[in-house]
Design a protein around this ligand. Structure first.
Ligand code: MEV
Length: 306
């Protein structure tokens, strides 16, 4: 039987979340330990199954509005608005944890629909469709999540500019910890938008941009302790911008006390995941401390060769 398949993976923002919405630079990595696979088959209706829902696409709950938009936009572009298909989504990316789950689901599903109809899908067309979906999920997306969940390499990204691969010589390990609390990217993005009416917060976004520029140099020169320091400074600015949370603050403090070079939230914030940059030797004990402090899931990502 005819079928289509599409995949995508998670992403980790090393530096620049929120500031990237305001044309400041960001650095992000693909995260292959968590991913999404969508399969598409012929059906009597246009329906979908995933961990949260089984039923008609037209009756999907609000939580799934972004994937609904990806499906409808893809089918329009393919000229098959009236298609009757079964779309099955399987994901290991924790939902609403700053790992790009909503963008990854939209990427995998768009790819699967184009694959089903055996139509070519350029990266530009994919990003345009996913950004329509992300606008519904996040209000004012920078495009970073769409790019990172569909690309296989680390990028420096500035909204509206060509993205450039990161040249990194860093030898260190990134420990990623999930607070277990869902993040609130949409709310956090709109709270920052409100704060940006005041010059003191505009200055903080400006500083976040500057830290990202310095962080890129640290990747090139393999300066892990300095990069860690910049990450901790970014965490303070993100806290000032109201996008951290008590759980994120607690885990970043635990990581620093256990010898991490630096730590910060990653992604939209107000819940979700944090990252701690560690020497390869220290990573395991930071990882264990984060688990003991209540992280529901942790990952260790060697940065060598990213
Ligand atoms: C969300 O993963 C990252 C944010 O910067 C929003 C965006 O870039 O669209 C908070």
């Amino acid at each position: 039987m005819k079928s289509g398949r599409g995949t995508a993976h998670g992403k980790i923002i090393l530096m620049g979340e929120h500031a990237v919405v305001y044309q400041k630079p960001s650095i992000a990595l693909p995260f292959f330990d968590a991913g999404v696979t969508t399969t598409v088959k012929q059906s009597a209706y246009l329906d979908l199954s995933c961990d949260f829902y089984q039923g008609l696409v037209t009756e999907m709950p609000e939580l799934l509005n972004s994937v609904k938009a990806a499906i409808q936009t893809s089918l329009q572009e393919l000229g098959h608005e009236d298609a009757t298909l079964h779309i099955d989504i399987e994901s290991t990316i924790p939902i609403e944890r700053g790992m790009g789950s909503s963008a990854a689901v939209a990427v995998a599903t768009t790819r699967a629909l184009f694959d089903y109809y055996q139509q070519p899908l350029s990266q530009e067309q994919l990003l345009a469709i996913v950004n329509i979906a992300e606008t519904i999920a996040h209000g004012n997306p920078s495009g970073l999540d769409a790019l990172m969940t569909s690309s296989n390499q680390a990028y420096r990204y500035v909204k509206g500019q060509p993205f450039t691969p990161i040249q990194s010589n860093l030898e260190a390990t990134l420990v990623i910890a999930d607070t277990g609390k869902t993040g609130q990217t949409k709310e956090a993005v709109s709270a920052v938008k409100e704060l940006m009416l005041q010059s003191q917060y505009q200055a903080k976004i400006q500083q976040l941009g500057q830290l990202t520029i310095e962080a890129e140099q640290c990747l090139i020169t393999n300066s892990a302790p300095k990069l860690g320091q910049l990450m901790t400074e970014a965490q303070q600015l993100l806290t000032d911008l109201t996008v951290s949370s008590p759980e994120l603050n607690q885990l970043t403090e635990v990581a620093l006390k256990t010898g991490a070079y630096g730590a910060k939230l990653t992604g939209g914030g107000r819940g979700g995941c944090m990252i701690a940059l560690c020497s390869d030797e220290q990573a395991e004990s930071v990882n264990q401390s984060l688990q003991q402090a209540g992280a529901v899931q942790t990952w260790m990502l060697p940065m060598k060769g990213i």
